[in-house]
Design a protein around this ligand. Structure first.
Ligand code: ADP
Length: 395
C-alpha cells in the first residue's frame, strides 16, 4: 500500500511517498517545490515526478494522500477529508492565516485532480487530547471557550515522533509502543515504572516545546493558534492581550492591520530588525548588531522558560531533545539553552555538541543524569502511519 504525504506551505509543496507492508513503512521517494504560485501546476509536477521516478505506476497505485493539517473547528484526530472537514478547516483560516489556507486550497486541488483517491488529514492538535484540562484552559468566559479560545498545542506529529524515537533510544520499548499506538486507543496503554520524562524542543521556522510523560504530552507552548508560545520567525508568540488593545487604540490599527503585524512582521524578524532566518540573525549578532543579539537572547529565554515549566510538571527530567532546523543545526544555541542547568542534571559534552547534527546524537556529558539528544524529526512518517491505520480500520 502506497501513501503520499503532502506538506503544503504558503509557497511550497513538499512530499514523501511511503510503501507499507502491514504496519512497516518504507520511504520510496521524496521531492518538493519552492516558490509555488499555482498549486494545480505544482501537484501535476509532483505526480509526474512520482511516475518518472518509477515510485508510482499511476494514480490507482496510491491508497491515499495524507496531510499534516493544522486545525479545524470542533474537529481533531485523523479523519478522511470531505466537504464538511474542509469547511471546519476554513472556519479556522483567520486563526491560522499562514497555515490553514494553503491546506484547504491544496487538498481541494488534490481532490479535484484525484477524485478516486482518499484524502486523509491528521490534525496537529491531535497529540494534545490527553493534556490535563487545567493546562488547556484560559481564564476567560465560557462563551469564549466555546468559540475555541483554549490552549490547543501544535507540532503534534513532530512531538509524537520525538516521543516514540526518544523512548526507543532510551531503551524504553514500553513507552515507545505506548506513543506509537496513542491514536489507536481512547486512553493510552499502560507503561512500566519508573515514568519516562522527556522535553521535546522543536525549534525551526515555527518553534514549540512539549513535555512528554511516558510518551504522552502534558502540554505544549502553543496556545489557541500557531502564532503563540515562543517567538516565531515572523510571528509574535505570546503577548499580553491588553498590550494588544493598547497598541490598537494608540496606533489606530484595524483588526486586519494588527493581524498582519502579528503574523508577518513580529517574532524574531521584528526583534532583530528585519531578519527571520536564525542563520542571518546569528551572523548579524556576531558582527555586533545589538538588535540581532537581543532577538537571540529573547528566543533562548523563552525556550528555557518553557523547559522550566515542563521540568516542574514532569517532576524532573530524563531527556531533553532538540529537533527541527534550528535545534538540529546550531550547537551554540543548544549550549546557551543548557547553560547553568547543571544542578538540574543538564550538562553538555562540549565536543559532542559541537560535532553533532543534523543526525541523531547524544550530546550530554557521559556522567550527566539527563540525556540531551538531537533527533531529526519525521512528521511525514507519523502522518503516513495514521493514514494507513485509518484505511485499515475502514476496510
Ligand atoms: P520550518 O519550520 O519552516 O520547517 P526549519 O525546521 O527548516 O523550518 O527551520 C528553519 C530554521 O532553521 C531557520 O531559522 C534556519 O536558520 C535554521 N536552519 C536550517 N538549516 C540550518 C543549518 N544548516 N544551519 C543553521 N541553521 C539552520
Amino acid at each position: 500500500m502506497k501513501i503520499l504525504v503532502a506538506n503544503l506551505g504558503s509557497t511550497s509543496l513538499k512530499y514523501r511517498l511511503f510503501e507499507f507492508s502491514g504496519e512497516r513503512a518504507t520511504p520510496l521517494h521524496k521531492g518538493g517545490f519552492e516558490r509555488v504560485t499555482d498549486y494545480a501546476a505544482a501537484i501535476d509536477d509532483c505526480l509526474a515526478d512520482l511516475r518518472d521516478s518509477g515510485a508510482l505506476s499511476g494514480e490507482g497505485d496510491l491508497a491515499a494522500v495524507a496531510f499534516k493539517t493544522i486545525m479545524a473547528e470542533n474537529l481533531s484526530g485523523c479523519v478522511r477529508v470531505d466537504d464538511k472537514v474542509l469547511r471546519a478547516m476554513e472556519a479556522c483560516n483567520r486563526i491560522a492565516p499562514a497555515h490553514n489556507p494553503p491546506y484547504v486550497e491544496g487538498i481541494r486541488v488534490f481532490s479535484e485532480k484525484m477524485p478516486g483517491t482518499p484524502m486523509i488529514a491528521l490534525f496537529e492538535t491531535a497529540f494534545y487530547q490527553w493534556v490535563p484540562e487545567a493546562a488547556t484552559r484560559y481564564a476567560v468566559p465560557e462563551s469564549w471557550f466555546e468559540l475555541g479560545v483554549r490552549r490547543n498545542g501544535f507540532h503534534g506529529a513532530s512531538h509524537k515522533f520525538i516521543a516514540e524515537r526518544s523512548a526507543e533510544l532510551l531503551g524504553r520499548e514500553d513507552v515507545a509502543e505506548r506513543a506509537r499506538t496513542l491514536y489507536a486507543r481512547k486512553e493510552p496503554q499502560a507503561a512500566n515504572a519508573p515514568s519516562l520524562r522527556v522535553i521535546s524542543c522543536h525549534l525551526g521556522g515555527s518553534s514549540s516545546v512539549t513535555g512528554l510523560l511516558d510518551g504522552v504530552a502534558v502540554g505544549n507552548s502553543f496556545g489557541t493558534s500557531p502564532q503563540s508560545g515562543l517567538p516565531q520567525n515572523n510571528r509574535s508568540g505570546d503577548l499580553d492581550p491588553f498590550a494588544l488593545l493598547h497598541v490598537m487604540r494608540e496606533k489606530r490599527l484595524s483588526v486586519e492591520e494588527t493581524e498582519n503585524v502579528l503574523s508577518k512582521e513580529s517574532g524574531l524578524k521584528a526583534l532583530s530588525g528585519g531578519h527571520n532566518d536564525l542563520r542571518d540573525i546569528k551572523a548579524e549578532a556576531d558582527k555586533g548588531n545589538a538588535a540581532a543579539q537581543r532577538a537571540i537572547d529573547v528566543y533562548i529565554a523563552q525556550i528555557r522558560h518553557w523547559i522550566g515549566a515542563f521540568h516542574l510538571e514532569l517532576n524532573g527530567l530524563d531527556a531533553l531533545v532538540f529537533t527541527a532546523g534550528i535545534g538540529e543545526n546550531n550547537p551554540w544555541l543548544r549550549a546557551k539553552v543548557c547553560d547553568r542547568l547543571d544542578r538540574l542534571g543538564l550538562v553538555l559534552d562540549t565536543d559532542a555538541n559541537a560535532a553533532a547534527g543534523p543526525d541523531e546524537a547524544v550530546i550530554s556529558a557521559p556522567e550527566a543524569p539527563v540525556d540531551v539528544m538531537i533527533i531529526p524529526t519525521n512528521e511525514e512518517l507519523v502522518v503516513a502511519r495514521e493514514a494507513r491505520r485509518l484505511l485499515a480500520n475502514a476496510a
